[in-house]
Structures are given as C-alpha cells and as structure tokens.
Design a protein around this ligand. Structure first.
Ligand SMILES: *Cc1c(COP(=O)(O)O)cnc(C)c1O
Length: 364
C-alpha cells in the first residue's frame, strides 16, 4: 500500500545524525530547557527571520499561549478559519474565548482579505490565519497591515507551512506572533510532540517564556496569570536541530512531487492545486473531487492510501452544536470535496507515477 506519508524511511535516512544527537543529550545531563533548546530557539528564529522563538510542548499550546501573550482573555472573540482541523478553535475555546469564523477563498482555501476585514469590523480581539496545506496565505502582508491599523494582533498558524516564503520572507515573520507544530509528520517534525511560538517583540517573548513555565517571573514566583507547563524538551530540540538544516531541501522535494502531480494529473473530474512556488511547501497535496468516496475507493483498490483534511468544519463539530454562526459556504463545500494524496520528500518517481496513473484511470 502506498501510504500518504512514511516516517520509517525518513527516520532511517536521518538515523546516524539522530543517534549522534541522542548521545549528545545523554552526555550533557540536561533534559528540559537546557542548551539544546536554547540553541534550537536561536537557530529557528534565524531561519524564520524573526528575533525570538520560544519552544513549547506542541502546536496547539503554541496557539493558546500566543493568544494569551498578546492579551486575549476569557470572553474575548478571536477570528479563525473553520477548515483547518479545529486546532486553533480548540485553543480559543480552551482559553475561554469564542471563535469568529471567517470563510475561506475557494481557490486558495485560506482566509481572504475581505473576510479578515469583516472580522475586524465585527470587533474581534485577535485574528488567526492558517497557512493551509503548506500555502502561504495570499495577501498576508496586507492582512498584517489591516490588523496593525486597528491595533488587533495577527497570529499566523504555520503548523503546515515551515519554510514557505512570500517575496523571500518566510511565513511566521508577518504576524505579531506565529505558531509552529513539530509533530512528526509536519514539514519540520521531531520524534514526538513539540511546538514553538516566534515573535519580533521582546515583551511578547518574555510573556511566552513565563506562560510556558507555570507563569514564573523567577523560580517559584508566579507572576503571570494563565501560566502552565508547556516546554520543549532537550531531546526533541536536539532532533529538530538535526532536521532544520535540511528543511529547505526536503521542502524542495515535496514541491517537486507537487509539480509532478500538477503536470501528470489529467482527470477532468479532479481539480489539482496550482502555482506551487516558493509560497507553497506542499505539506499536504490536496485535490478537489465531487465523488470523493468513489475516487478514494478506486485508489484504495489500486493500493494508494488517501485521507481527508478535514471532513468536519469547526463550526459543525459536535462540541459547538447549537451555536449559530455566519454562513460559511466555501468552507462547507470544500469539506465535502477535499482529498489528500500521498506526498512526502522520500517518495520515488515510480510511486508518484503510480498515483498519477491511478487517479487518471478513475471515472465517477
Ligand atoms: C498540526 C496542526 C496544529 C496543532 O499542532 P499539534 O502539535 O498537533 O498540537 C495546529 N494547526 C495546524 C494547521 C496543524 O496542522
């Protein structure tokens, strides 16, 4: 079976370097918030092109702590899209805030400028935009300006877009804060859970450092409300330092397979994403198809696994049942049609060709 991702190949490829990193941590005697995490935070901030990075336990915590660090409080309303897997919405709810759902653009599947304006007009306390599937949100620079003009913080969810660029500037460098997940399947993933918030403002950085460690301003002195334990450990930091120097090359491989799909997929019933340039790091290769179940079943027969990212829009999740929300026609349409094909750096020409042939031979 052709899997949609294959971590075993990836781990085998990096194994000697990962073992070396493990030995280094074992020899150091440091396991939490030591030299590896400090070094990774520096290296990752430099990679993104911002002043600060703060390691946290996972990408969901990154979003919640970023919202807190930027002043969002229980009862506030925070704008987010509803087609990105419920992660941001979950963090908003966890904080005791409420989501304002922005609909997405049918082409880009990201929040549009008009929807960000609608959110700002309705008086949200913060805006979160998601660089979905690896695509940098079109118009992110203007969105940052619109938010800044209103004094509303903008947070980028970069959990699927490590390394994507807009005019040579990496995602994560546009918002007041940006959140990353290092879950193993992400473009930059560790050997377990991990995350980071990056920012350009030292006050935000300081708040994040306190929030991730019990709200301490110094040892055992709790100054910052909402603080808790959400740390990136030394082993994960050491592994992330192994992968980071190869991220751009791995992203180029993903983009290469994306281009092969773009050229090869010629089924008139399957809509394929286009313009996969430096703005897109192809975290997931997602096509649109009306008869999704039929195509998925055909591909399964051909030995090709698929997945759906994501089948239930946030506003239709059972825990939000009964809440009345704005109509989100594009979000709802896309949720019925998205289908993810296998795509990861270690794929081979033959594997991609097999997926292409299998999709092209399907008829609804
Ligand atoms: C994976 C992901 C997250 C959450 O990251 P975790 O580390 O799993 O908590 C948030 N947002 C998006 C868009 C993601 O893909």
């Amino acid at each position: 079976m052709q899997k949609i991702n294959n971590l075993a190949i990836r781990l085998a490829r990096y194994r000697p370097l990962l073992e070396e990193a493990t030995q280094r941590v074992l020899a150091s005697g440091w396991l939490v918030l030591g030299p590896e995490t400090a070094a990774f935070e520096k290296e990752f901030a430099a990679y993104v092109g911002v002043d600060f990075a703060v390691g946290v336990a996972n990408g969901s915590d990154a979003i919640e702590l970023a919202l807190r660090a930027l002043g969002v409080e229980p009862g506030d309303v925070v704008a987010t899209v509803a087609n990105a897997g419920m992660y941001t919405c979950g963090s908003i709810l966890h904080l005791g805030a409420q989501p304002f759902f922005m609909d997405v653009d049918l082409q880009t599947q990201c929040a549009s400028i008009a929807e960000v304006e609608a959110a700002l007009h309705s008086g949200v306390r913060a805006v979160v935009v998601t660089h979905l599937y690896g695509r940098a949100v079109p118009g992110i620079e203007l969105m940052a300006k619109l938010c800044a003009d209103r004094g509303v913080p903008l947070i980028e969810d970069c959990a699927q877009a490590h390394g994507a660029c807009v005019d040579g500037r990496r995602v994560g460098a546009f918002g007041d804060a940006a959140c990353f997940s290092f879950y193993p399947t992400k473009n930059l993933g560790g050997l377990g859970d991990g995350g980071a918030v990056v920012c350009r403002d030292q006050k935000t950085e300081l708040a994040l450092r306190q929030l991730r460690q019990y709200g301490w301003s110094q040892k055992y002195k709790v100054t910052c409300p909402g603080g808790r334990n959400s740390r990136l450990d030394e082993l994960q930091s050491a592994y992330l330092r192994v992968f980071l120097p190869h991220l751009d090359r791995d992203n180029a491989s993903r983009r290469h397979w994306g281009h092969c799909y773009e050229r090869g997929l010629k089924n008139p019933w399957v809509k394929v994403p286009t313009d996969l340039g430096e703005n897109h790091v192809v975290h997931l290769f997602v096509v649109l198809v009306e008869a999704r179940e039929s195509l998925a079943a055909h591909l399964h027969q051909c030995g090709v696994a698929t997945d759906v990212h994501y089948p239930i829009p946030d506003h239709q999740q059972p825990i939000l049942a009964g809440n009345t929300v704005r109509a989100l026609p594009c979000t709802e349409l896309l949720a019925k049609q998205v289908l993810t094909l296998p795509c990861y750096p270690e794929m081979t020409e033959q594997e991609v060709a097999h997926v292409v042939e299998s999709v092209n031979s399907w008829r609804p």
